[in-house]
Design a protein around this ligand. Structure first.
Ligand SMILES: *Cc1c(COP(=O)(O)O)cnc(C)c1O
Length: 395
């Protein structure tokens, strides 16, 4: 085997997985790994969940794809279930998160033009991650994602994270603002939460200025924070919410949901996707949403609390650990220094983790992780951190 024909867009770790079950992955040498990443917050139901495998294989044997030139019953069923779960009105299905955000950005621009704003501007946040397409990388608040791809798309204004006054100032000085796009908890940016009440205040601000509140729940959606969407823990509805990742449990599908004034913007011909919402993708996602909402999400808060409590206990006397934070099962251990070395140290100990924003261990395991597996995760992470400390002291 060789990877020389692949464009080197990733620094891949030297391991190849062959099989997965629940929270466990098995490599081609038969080694078992506890999965603390879930394919980057994708496999929320764990690997090869029987209900999802069944949905995929059954639909694959019946009908895979027809295109959106025709009605698709699985798409209509998924739309009905997702909208009622999210308390939203309409949905557009895409094949990825970035594409779901593309739809949201196009909606905001349509909304602006409808209001006779010729240069509609969307307020986005520092540290945000919205994807790798030209529009979504322009919306992203990370220079590394943008560098080399200029000219960026215009029509974005950036505010510091968690700073309502800064957003108010932009609105006051820029009459082209039509929407605000943000993640309820920044994922790639380092598991950064919003202060309590922020989304409520933002909702009121958007209402008084007739702006669209657009939430990127690509990572926080599908049960990750303890409710189907994170905004359901605040007493608000967004105008637009996007999701992907956990929606297909590994099958590529994304969604852009709308309510109220954001719902009547697209018409026939104004947006589309060849694959988006096809029978195979929608049958899979239908099984995912049904399984998630049939008890799986109810346990997420308790498991998250147990994980954070165990992490805090394990690292109470570790100076280089500054903070343990998170909500539901998107959690972080914040280090006082770059800690990417922990990825390899953990893998050698049979644990898969991710380091984001250089110094943040991001833990986004399958939502079905049990108490025993949480204890094992913390034990292996602690062991790796001790080794990391010894390396640092020796250097
Ligand atoms: C992963 C992610 C995206 C991009 O999703 P893709 O499916 O990789 O295009 C966008 N926004 C957020 C918050 C994400 O976590």
């Amino acid at each position: 085997m060789s990877d020389k024909f692949l464009m080197p867009t990733y620094n891949r770790q030297p391991v190849t997985f062959e099989r997965g079950e629940g929270c466990w992955l098995y490599d081609d040498k038969g080694n078992a790994y506890l999965d603390g990443i879930a394919g980057i917050a994708v496999c929320n139901l764990g690997h090869c969940h029987p209900a999802i495998t069944h949905a995929i294989t059954e639909q694959a044997g019946k009908l895979v794809h027809t295109s959106n030139l025709y009605r698709i019953s699985a798409q209509e069923k998924l739309a009905t279930l997702l909208c009622s779960t999210a308390n939203m009105e309409n949905v557009f299905f895409s094949n990825s998160g970035a594409e779901a955000n593309e739809a949201a950005i196009k909606l905001a621009r349509l909304y602006g033009h409808k209001k006779n704003i010729d240069n509609p501007t969307i307020i986005v946040m520092e540290g945000a991650f919205h994807g790798r397409t030209m529009a979504t990388l322009s919306a992203t608040g990370n220079r590394k994602v943008q560098a080399g791809f200029e000219p960026l798309l215009s029509g974005f204004a950036r505010a510091p994270w968690n700073d309502l006054d800064a957003i108010k100032k932009i609105i006051a000085s820029n009459h082209n603002v039509v929407a605000i796009l943000l993640e309820p908890i920044q994922g790639e940016g380092g598991v950064n939460p919003l202060r309590k009440g922020f989304l409520n205040e933002l909702r009121a601000l958007c209402d008084s200025h007739e702006l669209l509140l657009m939430l990127d729940e690509i990572q926080t959606g599908n049960g990750r924070t303890g409710t189907y969407f994170a905004y359901q823990q605040e007493n608000i509805l967004p105008d637009v919410v996007t999701t992907a990742k956990g929606l297909g449990n590994g099958f590529p599908i994304g969604a852009c949901l709308t309510s109220g004034r954001a719902s009547a913007l697209f018409g026939p011909g104004s947006h589309g996707s060849t694959y988006g919402g096809n029978p195979l993708g929608c049958s899979t996602a239908l099984a995912v949403v049904e399984t998630l909402t049939n008890g799986v999400i109810d346990a997420v808060n308790k498991r998250g609390e147990l994980l954070r409590a165990s992490l805090r206990e394990a690292f109470s006397d570790t100076d280089m650990v500054i903070e343990v934070r998170g909500q539901g099962l998107i959690n972080a251990v914040q280090f006082d220094r770059p800690c990417t070395a922990l990825v390899g140290l953990c893998r050698e100990r049979g644990l898969l983790i991710n380091v984001t924003a250089e110094s943040v261990v991001r833990l986004i395991p399958p939502l079905v992780i049990n108490a025993k597996e949480i204890a094992l995760l913390v034990e292996r992470l602690k062991d790796a951190v001790v080794a990391f400390q010894n390396e640092q002291e020796a250097a």
